[in-house]
Design a protein around this ligand. Structure first.
Ligand SMILES: *[C@@H]1O[C@H](CO)[C@@H](O)[C@H](O)[C@H]1NC(C)=O
Ligand SMILES: *[C@@H]1O[C@H](CO)[C@@H](O)[C@H](O)[C@H]1NC(C)=O
Ligand SMILES: *[C@@H]1O[C@H](CO)[C@@H](O)[C@H](O)[C@H]1NC(C)=O
Length: 334
């Protein structure tokens, strides 16, 4: 049973009252009592457009051991927003805990999504906390669910390597009428490796899009009791994100089959299908893309050892982008 805490309830309630910021929606709303998802309009918040303007630089993590001055001492990369007009903030553990208190987060997809889940848990539980559960979380090709008791946050990782698996998941939520607060999902790499047909990938994306749209708008069964907000039918704003494919560095891929099939040309075709599927906000769809492709490209070859899975800094960036997008959407800039 999931109960919303005050903090998240406010997030959602404020999220519903986002209209003053988007005059173009108000006209729409007065005509109808239903809150219609207007992601294309919401996307025009210029700050959402700037979320991915980040830069990576080297950190001499080993500086503390004073005397090391060789290149080996450049131990990791750090990141920041380039020109931070929107005052984005890297949320710390306590901020993220407040924001996600009482919420149900689902991350579905392949290993890229799993790395997003790890990144989120590390922020919320600290690396020691994650160390304890890593064995279960990293069991290959399996689902994982954890309840972070301190803040009543449930996180489900759903192993869903193909778009069809994501569609099944949305059908499951539709059927059960029980929805997460935040749904992050993504797929593509498995399809590229095992199916290798961009056209079919595009078809599956359009099916997913139709099914996601069928989930919206979601009327929640919540009443306002306890939250102190007197909204008779609080609409449950489902926050949807797409976990993009990473930049693939073909020469670094670790099998001959991957090198043969996961080429730059094929990647581009897959990416074009994604853009053409109207699944993403960028093209009027329901999901905000967390552009792992862009972030991993910015981070560069030094951030990956297999040309596909990047260092945690790339996923940490994507996570902070996601959290800042949540703040923008719920009009709660820190
Ligand atoms: C989470 O919300 C509950 C209920 O509102 C509150 O008691 C608790 O202190 C919150 N925890 C954190 C870590 O914010
Ligand atoms: C994912 O979808 C594929 C293709 O439809 C199917 O064969 C596979 O069993 C599904 N896997 C999971 C975990 O649902
Ligand atoms: C990709 O799939 C489509 C539709 O199923 C099919 O018509 C086309 O021939 C396939 N392309 C390749 C290269 O196999």
């Amino acid at each position: 049973m999931l109960f919303f805490s005050c903090a998240l309830f406010i997030t959602l309630a404020v999220g519903v009252h986002i209209t003053p910021y988007f005059p173009s929606i108000s006209a729409f709303l007065s005509a109808s009592e239903v809150i219609i998802p207007t992601p294309a309009i919401l996307y025009h918040d210029s700050c959402l457009l700037l979320l991915h303007r980040v830069v990576y630089k080297d950190v001499r993590e080993c500086d503390v051991d004073s005397n090391f001055d060789d290149t080996e001492s450049v131990c990791k990369r750090s990141w920041d927003w380039i020109k931070n007009e929107c005052e984005f903030q890297k949320l710390k553990r306590s901020d993220a805990s407040d924001l996600l208190n009482g919420s149900w987060v689902v991350v579905a997809g392949d290993s890229q999504s799993r790395l997003m889940a790890v990144s989120l848990l590390e922020l919320i539980m600290g690396s020691e906390g994650v160390e304890r559960i890593k064995g279960d979380l990293f069991k290959r090709h399996s689902d994982y669910s954890v309840m972070v008791e301190e803040i009543g946050m449930r996180l489900d990782f759903v192993w869903a390597p193909y778009v069809a698996n994501l569609t099944q998941l949305t059908l499951r939520y539709k059927g059960s009428k029980d929805f997460p607060d935040i749904l992050m999902m993504g797929a593509g790499l498995w399809d590229m490796l095992h199916v290798n047909n961009a056209t079919e990938f595009g078809v599956s994306l359009r099916v997913l899009r139709d099914n996601v749209l069928a989930l919206l708008p979601v009327s929640s069964s919540l009443d306002a009791g306890g939250g102190g907000v007197s909204e008779p039918k609080a609409s449950h704003l489902l926050h949807l994100f797409w976990v993009g494919m990473p930049t693939l560095i073909t020469s670094m891929l670790n099998t001959a089959e991957k090198k043969e099939r996961m080429t730059t040309a094929m990647y581009t075709s897959y990416d074009n299908e994604l853009a053409g599927s109207n699944l993403l906000r960028q093209s009027g769809g329901p999901l905000l893309k967390l552009d792992i492709g862009l972030l991993s490209e910015f981070c560069g070859p030094r951030c990956t050892s297999d040309g596909m899975h990047y260092d945690e800094v790339a996923y940490n960036t994507a996570l902070q982008i996601m959290l800042n997008a949540l703040l923008i959407e719920s009009n709660q800039k820190p």
